[in-house]
Design a protein around this ligand. Structure first.
Ligand code: SAH
Length: 251
């Protein structure tokens, strides 16, 4: 096999949606790829060109998709696995390493790299001001891969510990009631006056950002196109902006 035939896998983040938020590094590997693998709406964001094969697959087939990417790289293809935002945040990077762990031993010698992207929580924070300016936690509210009881525990403990929080996958049609329960826990753990922001379609056409208190928040303010940001007890408004101070005192 010549050097030109040597395959690789790059697991990349396409950012929150706007092309200007794709890193130059990711743009470059997209021009070098022979194959693109990912969930349908993310693969659609890659410009087709001769010599490039697009493999768009449905949601929830992450391991099959990751295994396919590794198989193609082992056969000499240059494979880019695309996620939205950052590939390490509730996305394909871990799925590829899970497939690697379960896969053929010689795959361990493959050239595999993760290229970061701007995750939804940080893109949203920047639009809001600086709500993640102090310590924070990122929590996936989907119970596809973990029990809901664990999500409740993490929400409560992170709230009580004074972390600001970013919530991914906050509310889907298949689990419409859990987000209301999450809001109840947050009111208890953080206090009802804590600020909460709903950032929908960040960096895309029709972007909306709404900030209210936890007491004012209602479940219908979130859907799967929304990332939800909850501040800590010190998070405050200054003019049109919301920020969390860099300092904290012992409580
Ligand atoms: N890897 C992605 C997250 C995938 S989980 C990242 O780092 O951003 C999918 C969830 O991300 C969505 O349900 C939503 O909560 C959030 N999300 C992704 N893009 C978004 C955007 N442009 N605006 C608001 N939320 C977004």
């Amino acid at each position: 096999m010549t050097h030109a035939d040597k395959g690789w896998v790059k697991i990349v983040g396409l950012g929150p949606g706007n092309d200007t938020m794709v890193t130059a590094q990711v743009h470059e590997v997209l021009t070098e790829a022979t194959d693109i693998v990912g969930y349908i709406p993310y693969v659609k964001r890659v410009e087709p060109r001769p010599g490039l094969t697009l493999h768009a697959t449905d949601n929830r087939v992450e391991i099959e998709r990751a295994t396919h990417a590794l198989e193609m790289a082992a056969a000499g293809k240059r494979v880019v696995v695309v996620s939205s935002g950052d590939p390490g945040v509730f996305a394909m990077a871990s799925a590829v390493f899970e497939a690697l762990e379960a896969g053929a031993p010689d795959w361990l010698d493959l050239d595999i790299q993760v290229l970061p992207g701007i995750t939804a929580m940080l893109a949203a924070s920047a639009r809001i001001g600086a709500p993640m300016g102090h310590d924070f936690a990122a929590i996936n509210l989907s119970d596809n891969l973990k029990p809901w009881s664990l999500i409740e525990k993490r929400l409560r403990l992170a709230g009580e510990a004074g972390f600001a929080m970013g919530f991914y996958n906050p509310r889907s049609k298949s689990r419409p009631h859990q987000f209301g329960r999450a809001l109840e826990i947050l009111r208890e753990a953080c206090g009802g006056e804590t600020l909460i922001s709903f950032a929908r379609d960040v960096s895309k056409p029709g972007e909306t950002i709404t900030t209210v208190t936890l007491n004012e928040a209602t479940p219908d303010m979130a859907d799967m196109r929304t990332v939800v940001i909850v501040g800590n007890a010190d998070t405050r408004r200054v003019g049109r902006h919301v920020y969390t101070p860099r300092f904290a005192v012992e409580d």
